[in-house]
Design a protein around this ligand. Sequence first.
Ligand SMILES: CC(C)(COP(=O)(O)OP(=O)(O)OC[C@H]1O[C@@H](n2cnc3c(N)ncnc32)[C@H](O)[C@@H]1OP(=O)(O)O)[C@@H](O)C(=O)NCCC(=O)NCCS
Length: 187
Amino acid sequence: MNLISMIREDLANAREHDPAARGDVENAIVYSGLHAIWAHRAAHALWKRGLKGPARILAQATRFLTGVEIHPGATIGRRFFIDHGMGIVIGETAEIGDDVMLYHGVTLGGQVLTQTKRHPTIEDGVTIGAGAKVLGPITIGAGSAVGANAVVTKDVPAQHIAVGIPAKSRPRNPDERVKLVDPDYYI
Ligand SMILES: CC(C)(COP(=O)(O)OP(=O)(O)OC[C@H]1O[C@@H](n2cnc3c(N)ncnc32)[C@H](O)[C@@H]1OP(=O)(O)O)[C@@H](O)C(=O)NCCC(=O)NCCS
């Protein structure tokens, strides 16, 4: 995918996810979440080419500007959306699929200090609510949601909702299989 197509896709995704979103030009200027993911893609490309120092410096500068800290080693799919930005931490070995959405204050963190896969895998179509902490090399299954302020330390199956501390999972009801952020709910 070329750069222009990727930027267009991200802007369309921002419009779809945020009922407050207006024009693309305005969104490209004001959305810290977009700035963070665009900078991450550049930092990740540097990281993969072995330019780890510059990648870390770019990630740190982005953190300073956006409040979103994404390690350049993290793997992130398409149409990733961060609403509100600020206070997000995504660790080095985190793997994020397509169509994932995070609210502010989410941590995808590790629990050990060894150089192993130590951060979560977030499958396609997952939404993680504000302030949630997802810790360790666990998997949040496709289409699941993590509630605001949950602390998740165990796998969550696909199409489940996990809430609480420690988080407990329950199957998502069929009528909940719509996007949690459908603008129709707000209009
Ligand atoms: C977890 C979540 C996805 C559940 O949505 P839902 O299935 O529609 O759940 P409901 O609102 O019907 O609530 C079901 C029950 O779970 C409880 N619950 C909902 N969210 C919860 C949460 N984050 N933590 C603990 N309990 C929660 C409700 O109080 C309710 O309890 P009850 O059955 O005792 O009344 C949603 O509540 C959530 O946390 N979304 C994140 C949104 C967010 O972060 N927004 C930030 C915008 S700035």
